[in-house]
Design a binder for this molecule. Structure first.
Ligand SMILES: *Cc1c(COP(=O)(O)O)cnc(C)c1O
Length: 370
């Protein structure tokens, strides 16, 4: 860690590029790199550049604002955005060449209207059972017919058609896949021939080859994390890109019976050393992991003692020689001997996605490449 810094997340862009390369090779189709929510906490711009480096040909974000920010950063690869405010106008998106995910008739008309004399590029999203957005079967005929008409008169370009799976079970995903194929047939019957048909996110891209179509939308796996509860990053040939660290901010030798942190959820059972770690729930370390998380200092792993506070927490290091300034790692690549982010997720009752995405703005990101 650079001198004077007490906390940081390192982001290994070489790992992101290698993960994308691995997924391209595994799936054999185009990779749409999903960099929404600031690249799942890794930094949207650096994640996008690393993914393009690794062979992704398109980027995906939720909001148009996220797409426009990538354009401002000078990224000119195709970008799609699929979640829109009610009544949102798409002028800036279309002017900047952002492709729009379309989930309703109104959005279709707004997209076409935003183009002026240049056709707006869209991906029609169909609902196949997730119960979120997307065109329900009853709306598809009307939207496909109008999209085809707008395309014929040069107001619209239907680049893609897509949906999103629930990953509930293979049977559920196969049922959704059948609905997606029915929608593709209905679109073709209206004269639509979108070049990019895409259904799978990380989970199905790996687990359900029939769902790969022309492209897969890869989020969590490009950051090197597993979308499966029972398969690790290493099982999938992926390398976690984020590592979260701090420097020990203080150490204190205390007697038996010392209460630790708010509410005294932990009391020392013998004389011991407490080390203060300057990361808290404001930084995304989940308070729900109080008393359960573990960190690595040197070659040893130590438990969190008592409650995780907003800015800091305490670990009980016993009689081990831990000093101020020693490096503390909360998580990183287990293949390099670091705790897995999944250990924090399990302890906090959540998933790896949520832990990395919520690492706070107060934590500086330092880009590395290996
Ligand atoms: C977030 C998101 C993805 C990426 O999902 P992962 O499980 O992280 O790969 C893909 N498609 C849509 C529509 C999403 O919202």
């Amino acid at each position: 860690m650079p001198p004077g810094r007490m906390r940081e997340a390192t982001i290994d862009v070489g790992a992101i590029a290698a993960n994308v390369g691995r997924l391209r090779h595994l799936t054999g189709v185009e990779v749409i790199a999903v960099v929404k929510a600031d690249g799942y906490g890794h930094g949207a711009v650096r994640s996008a550049l690393a993914a393009l480096d690794g062979g992704a040909t398109r980027l995906g974000v939720a909001d148009v604002g996220e797409a426009v920010a990538l354009r401002h950063a000078g990224i000119d690869a195709p970008i799609m955005a699929w979640l829109h405010a009610p009544g949102e106008g798409f002028e800036e998106a279309v002017a900047r060449g952002v492709e729009l995910g379309i989930s309703s008739y109104d959005q279709l008309l707004a997209a076409a209207a935003a183009g002026g004399d240049r056709p707006s590029a869209v991906h029609l999203k169909v609902e196949t059972g997730l119960g979120r957005n997307g065109l329900p079967p009853a709306e598809q005929h009307r939207v496909f017919a109008e999209a085809a008409r707008l395309e014929r008169i040069g107001r619209l370009r239907v680049v893609g058609i897509f949906s999103h799976l629930s990953n509930t079970s293979e049977a559920d995903d196969r049922a959704a896949l059948a609905r997606f194929e029915a929608a593709l047939g209905a679109a073709a019957a209206q004269g639509l021939a979108p070049r990019v048909r895409h259904l799978a996110a990380s989970h199905a891209a790996i687990a359900l080859p029939e769902a790969r179509f022309d492209a897969v939308r890869i989020g969590i796996a490009m950051y090197g994390l597993s979308p499966f509860a029972d398969r690790t990053s290493a099982d999938l040939g992926l390398r976690p890109a984020m590592s979260l660290r701090a420097s020990v901010a203080a150490v204190r030798r205390v007697p038996a019976g010392q209460g630790v942190s708010y509410g005294y959820q932990h009391r020392t059972s013998a004389e011991t050393t407490l080390a203060l770690v300057p990361l808290g729930y404001a930084d995304g370390v989940p308070r729900a992991a109080s008393g359960g998380g573990a960190v690595r200092i040197g070659t040893r792993v130590f438990p969190v003692a008592g409650r995780i506070a907003m800015d800091q927490f305490v670990v009980d290091v016993g009689d081990h020689p831990v000093g101020v300034g020693d490096a503390v790692t909360l998580f990183g690549d287990p293949e390099r001997g670091l705790p897995a982010v999944e250990e924090w997720a399990d302890t906090a009752g959540t998933i790896n996605y949520e832990i990395v995405t919520r690492i706070g703005a107060r934590v500086p990101r330092r880009q590395v490449s290996s």
